[in-house]
Design a protein around this ligand. Structure first.
Ligand code: SAH
Ligand code: SF4
Length: 469
């Protein structure tokens, strides 16, 4: 009988991509995908370990699914992703009804392991080696990706896709669990990336977002030749059918003049740069071991302003990191005021077992102070985002239409006019009144109004003469 699988994904874009791959693989093995865990024979959670809160939510979801397993004892439950790699057997201890634990470097084993469980071999676990378990190259090999498998139906829209160019991370920021869960930094082979981009284009994809933890540090060396991020962008720019190329997340120290010039000169590459600062204070950055000072960050920022004056820059911040004083925090506020980021993702520091900060630094900023700093930084960021968006009023922007907006979900399904949503090359969200057939098109939208997060516009009326009518 066909097995039905339900997958729940939390966390970053890497996880969204991993889920797409796992589903593609399971479909090839005869599984069908269902929309609810109640209808599934197999429920998979693709998990995140970056903050404790994300993990607690998974354990609580597992607690709930246990009830449905009582009525359907054959239902298999799997935990995949970063939490699986980090907690390993602890998951079986905390949730003994879990059948499968698979780390992000072992996702290709899932169909086999599910078959083994069904065959009566008991619960299964597949995880990659720890950073200190063996030589770097051996550890790296145990963190495999199987990216060529794609499943367009699993993507949020068929004309946008993530494309992994780098796995793992070697930066070891003291707060961060990613170098442990995703293993050593490895660039994928450029030819493989380009051929995957071609497949995506053949499937109708117009926009690709290249993924890596420090994506602009991308490097691949073979036969004495090194391909860097700039060279890779030049190769991908040649792929017919792909109209837009974005890339996240950037590491400030590797935002070179050469790369920025390529972003400027390659028309398909979006002038959208997500370059997390994490803090505005040198003392905090030093304790985070980020490897740069605010002077370094500003030098990079000014390079962006000089080469790409129209670029949208966004950031991440951690508030309440170990030892962060009011003065340190004020410096993060000042950095947001100076750089006027398009948006910032703001996180309250969460101790992660296995990191240097957990071992050596005291988590001494009270919870309420973290919450208050989070709120203040967000307020400043939102005001700035709205002011920057307001500069777009009266302008025309090119939008890749993604589909009906959330608001459209409540609208009359028979109405020909619905609110549609899409993004500009600078990654700004745009809504406008349109029709469902516009999904996947690149349209010029005239901006009439804005909020902190959205531009509100209308389709620019087509100049009848210019289309020859
Ligand atoms: N590779 C990316 C970030 C990956 S994690 C980069 O270097 O920018 C995504 C974001 O989560 C980070 O940028 C950081 O702001 C936040 N983060 C990571 N570890 C955290 C922790 N222990 N507590 C709170 N936020 C954290
Ligand atoms: Fe984590 Fe730092 Fe690597 Fe980003 S660069 S994934 S924050 S260790």
């Amino acid at each position: 009988m066909t097995q039905r699988v339900y997958i729940k994904t939390v966390g970053c874009q890497m996880n969204v991509l991993d889920s797409e791959m796992v589903i593609a693989d399971l479909k090839r093995h005869g599984y069908t995908v269902v929309d609810s865990h109640e209808d599934a024979d197999c429920v998979l959670y693709n998990t995140c370990s970056v903050r404790e809160h994300a993990e607690e939510k998974v354990y609580s979801a597992l607690g709930k699914i246990r009830e449905s397993k009582k009525n359907q004892p054959d239902k298999l439950i799997g935990v995949m992703g970063c939490m699986a790699q980090k907690d390993q057997e602890i998951i079986f201890k905390r949730a003994p009804y879990v059948d499968l634990v698979v780390g992000p470097g072992q996702l290709h084993t899932i169909p086999d392991l599910l078959a083994k469980i069904r065959g009566g071999e008991g619960r299964q676990m597949a995880i990659s080696l720890g950073r200190k378990d063996d030589k770097q190259a051996v550890v790296a090999r145990s963190h495999e990706t199987f990216d060529p498998l794609r499943d367009p139906t699993m993507r949020p829209t068929p004309f946008q896709a993530y494309l992994r160019i780098q796995i793992g991370c070697d930066k070891f920021c003291t707060y961060c669990v990613v170098p442990n869960t995703r293993g050593p930094e490895q660039g994928r082979r450029p030819e493989q990336i380009v051929s995957e981009a071609r497949v995506l284009a053949e499937q109708g994809c117009r926009e690709i977002t290249l993924l890596g933890q420090t994506v602009n540090s991308y490097k691949y060396t073979a036969d004495g030749t090194t391909t860097d991020m700039t060279a890779l962008l030049e190769m991908l720019h040649e792929v017919e059918g792909i109209d837009r190329i974005k890339f996240v997340t950037n590491y400030p120290k590797d935002m070179t003049e050469r790369l920025l010039v390529a972003v400027r000169d390659l028309p398909k590459v979006s002038p959208y740069l997500h370059v997390p600062a994490q803090s505005g204070s040198d003392e905090v950055l030093k304790r985070m071991k980020r490897g740069y000072t605010i002077a370094d960050y500003m030098e990079m920022f000014e390079r962006i302003e000089r080469i790409l004056p129209e670029a949208a820059v966004s950031s991440d911040f951690i508030v309440g990191f170990c030892g962060e004083t009011d003065e340190d925090f004020e410096k993060s506020l000042a950095l947001v005021e100076r750089c006027r980021f398009k948006n910032s993702f703001i996180f309250q520091y969460s101790v992660r077992p296995g990191t240097k900060a957990a071992e050596r630094l005291e988590d001494d900023v009270p919870r309420e102070v973290k919450a208050e700093r989070n709120h203040r930084l967000l307020e400043v960021q939102n005001r700035i985002a709205k002011e920057e968006n307001a500069k777009m009023i009266g302008r025309d922007v090119e939008v890749l239409v993604e589909g009906p907006s959330k608001k459209a979900a409540d609208a009359d399904p028979d109405s020909p006019v619905v609110q549609m949503t899409g993004r500009t090359p600078c990654d700004r969200i745009v809504v406008f009144d349109g029709n469902r057939r516009q999904a996947g098109q690149l349209l010029d939208i005239h901006v009439d109004d804005v909020s902190s997060h959205t531009l509100i516009g209308r389709v620019k009326t087509v100049d009848v003469v210019s289309i020859g009518l």
